[in-house]
Design a binder for this molecule. Sequence first.
Ligand code: ADP
Ligand code: MG
Length: 256
Amino acid sequence: MSAADPIIRIESVSKSFGPLEVLHGVDLEVFPGEVVCIIGPSGSGKSTLLRCVNHLERPDGGIVRLGGEAVGVRESRGQLVEIPPADLARQRTEIGMVFQSFNLFGHMTVLENIIEAPIQVLGTPRAEAQTHAKQLLQWVRLEGKESAYPRQLSGGQQQRAAIARALAMRPKVMLFDEPTSALDPETVGEVLSVMRRLASEGLTMIVVTHEIEFAREVADRVVFMDDGRIVEIGAADQVLDAPREDRTRRFLSRIL
Ligand code: ADP
Ligand code: MG
């Protein structure tokens, strides 16, 4: 792989749920260090697309590649077959994901949440995992919350802990699915600020968001999706401030 190769390649990915086709052959390449924000109306397939990237959903057609390697499937006699769960688990360690609803384990402390996967999946020694977890907690400004349980934290604190948990696997790419949509307005900023710092550290990120200001400031490229298709893609200021497509313009005028 050369530096100019995409780290993520989404190649004509389609997906249906029963009779409902929610992705109609989506193509998207994301390059190392790039921040791509995906915007679009509710139901347009944004979450499904992200979930196809780490194979939480299996595409019906097309393929996702991470660093050139097919995610979740391999070719066998001209057919795509699922890879063994252990191989998929290894691939998923390289793709961190943060969801809209805080999905920390409620029965574990913040520290336990963060060290669980490094110990169980990567085989990191406990002491080393704890040291790394404490550094990450400092980084997301949650020092002192190691022993707290998720229910004792605000939504913004939980989401920052979820980001720390994803980072503990040292992922190559981070996927964010509307990470601030379920937050009280006063805690949105603290989560966006952590994401902004991640972007400036050069982490590759795909972010589904309605935070247009954030996208304008942080995204290298913005994707506008509607009805299971990428309608428009381009530099953030082009798509957000001078959209070429009517549908993009109409969407932006509704939400701004
Ligand atoms: P977005 O994230 O843009 O709001 P989604 O990807 O969540 O859109 O959903 C796209 C469409 O697929 C919606 O119509 C939604 O109801 C449908 N959908 C998503 N997941 C499922 C599922 N597991 N089963 C059936 N329909 C689904
Ligand atoms: Mg969604």
